[in-house]
Design a binder for this molecule. Structure first.
Ligand code: SF4
Length: 363
């Protein structure tokens, strides 16, 4: 049992009272001797009584697995949907961004490590919200999309599911931004309530995943294919990391996957990295590198490729894949719809129908 977790939460300097029984986890099995096995992510941690799993926010208390961070948020803030590397769903929409803490990966260059690695999360940033509170905040601010983001919302699973379901009753959609290191059972449950997925694929390289993320690649790819097969809106992003993935071979592998296993219609975002967490000895990704990746993707047949963490430039804009007319111009996180894209996402110049969702359809 190589993945058995026997360490007490105290080892991680956890700073909340973790002995209260919050929400019983949705996906786990009970084993002998009060051991439980979490089935939320591919680690499938076996957790002894009194201990937490790799993500540090799921605890076995007397043979029952609890999602300790249920109803606890570090971020509840209004942003633009473009923040999430989602350019083809209701461009310019406000979203209610929701962040939590803990993660089932531990990427050396994590851009959100003060929340994803819970031992570094300052408790003064943690506040309690119920699902009803979140829905009410969205309603009060006329926000039609909840965005589960910041740290990986994978480990906030139960709260995401419950809140997204409640939000749906009010016509509010949910966006799930994740590295997608989840079991297929978890993905199936998410698909029942999530309307938009922003899938972050770190690299098309198993060794890379093991070394830099402490995860594995195959489940991530399989999950992306599951979402693709269901017809739910999704876009893919790839953080281009200086001296690791800012090279043509990496771009090509990523492009091949989207082109051959998903669809040339799926937007692919190449995002700049900034030095952070344990990976601080290199420069921010040069803009030229993400531009090169984008140009390569377009020349190889993807219809939509973008750059991210860049303020302006044509790499942020949407052009008609057929006649190359500018349809949406972007500066920073703001989108400006041009007159030549209609409400169905069609290019008025040549009649080509893009896959851009322009209107929020309830249900
Ligand atoms: S979510 Fe993943 S890392 Fe966390 S306890 Fe479950 S299997 Fe382990």
């Amino acid at each position: 049992m190589s993945n058995i977790y026997t360490e007490d939460a105290k080892k991680f300097n956890l700073h909340l009272d973790w002995n209260h029984k919050t929400k019983e986890a949705y996906l786990y099995d009970k084993k002998d001797n009060k051991i439980v096995q979490c089935k939320l992510c591919p680690r499938r941690c076996l957790i002894q009584n009194g201990n937490v799993g790799f993500c540090k926010v799921r605890k076995n208390i007397d043979g029952i697995l609890y999602a300790l961070s249920y109803e606890l948020a570090t971020h509840v803030t209004i942003e633009k949907i473009e923040t999430e590397a989602i350019f083809h769903y209701m461009p310019g929409s406000n979203i209610l961004s929701l962040g939590n803490f803990g993660c089932n990966l531990d990427c050396d260059y994590c851009q959100n490590w003060k929340y994803s690695q819970f031992q570094y999360t300052d408790p003064k940033f943690i506040n309690r919200y119920t699902s009803d509170d979140i829905v009410q905040i969205a309603l009060d601010n006329n926000v039609n999309i909840l965005s589960w983001t910041y740290n990986d919302p994978a480990v906030w699973f139960e709260f995401v599911i419950d809140t997204a379901r409640k939000a749906k009753e009010h016509g509010i959609k949910s966006l799930f931004k994740s590295a997608f290191y989840l079991t297929e059972e978890a993905v199936e449950q998410l698909c029942e309530v999530i309307d938009i997925f922003a899938i972050s694929i770190k690299a098309m390289d198993e060794e890379y995943y093991k070394k830099f993320t402490k995860g594995t690649l195959p489940p991530v790819l399989k999950n992306a294919e599951i979402i693709n097969s269901k017809g739910i809106h999704f876009e893919v992003s790839n953080l281009v990391v200086t001296d690791i993935t800012n090279n043509m071979e990496s771009y090509d592998k990523m492009i091949d996957f989207v082109l051959n296993k998903l669809s040339p219609d799926i937007p692919l975002h190449f995002t700049r990295f900034h030095p952070d967490y344990k990976y601080t000895n290199v420069e921010k990704t040069p803009i030229e590198d993400v531009n090169n990746a984008r140009i390569r993707a377009l020349s190889r047949g993807l219809k939509y490729a973008y750059i991210g963490n860049v303020f302006s430039g044509e790499g942020l804009n949407t052009y008609c894949p057929n006649c190359k007319e500018l349809l949406i111009e972007r500066h920073g996180l703001y989108s400006y719809l041009k007159d030549n894209i209609d409400v169905s996402g069609k290019c008025m110049k040549c009649g080509y129908t893009t896959n851009i969702v322009m209107e929020n359809k309830n249900g």
